[in-house]
Design a protein around this ligand. Sequence first.
Ligand SMILES: [Ca+2]
Ligand SMILES: [Ca+2]
Length: 213
Amino acid sequence: MSPNTATVSNAGDINAANDSASDLTVVSCNYAIAPNGQTFTATGGTASVSVMAASGCQWIATSNAGFITITSGSGGTGDGAVNYAVAPNSGSDRNDTITIAGQTFTVTQTFIEAQNPNVALASNGATAVASSVYNAGYPATAVIDGDHKGLNATQGGVWADGTPGVFPDWVEVDFSGSKFISEIDVYTIQDNYKQSGGADFYDNIQSIRNYGV
Ligand SMILES: [Ca+2]
Ligand SMILES: [Ca+2]
C-alpha cells in the first residue's frame, strides 16, 4: 500500500455490488519526545528521553555520534523511553544528536580540562613584564617559571624591582588568550629566605601587596 493511499477491499466477495463502507478511520502516528535535548559536563553520564506515541505506533532511536550510546529503548511501540550514555569528553566542546521517532534530540557536552592548569606559567604560554628590574638576576620572567623556592632567578626565585624605596612597582602576567580564573596564588620570597653571607629577606616586607585580574 502506498504511504499516501488507504485501500479496503473484499477479494472474497463474488458480488462486487455488495461491497460497502460507511466510514473509514485511518490513524496517522504522531510522535513527540521530551526533553528535546540535554547538556552534559566533561565527565558525561546517562539520561533518558520519553517518547510519546499512540498505541500501535512504532518508532526507533538511532545515535548519530560515537560518543552517544543508546543503552536501552532503541525502538518501541507506543509510549516508551530511550536510555542513553554520553562518554567523557577530553577534547573540545561538542554537540550531536539522537534521532528518536523521527525527532531530533540534541546532546551538548562541555569540555573542562582534566586538571586545573596554571595559566601563569611560561610553559603554558604566559608572558611577563615589569615596571623595572633590580638586575638581570631578577627578571619579570622569574614569576612565570613555576618555581618559588629561592631568591634570584637562577634559583627559581623572584622578580625584584629596580627602584628601592620608590613605589608603586608592578609586574604583569599576560595569559595566552582568555582564561577562566578560579584561583590566584601569589608567592613572595621563600619564607624568610636567608642569604648565605648576606642579608635576610622577609616576605612580610618584601612582597606584592595588591593584585588583580
Ligand atoms: Ca620564580
Ligand atoms: Ca620600587
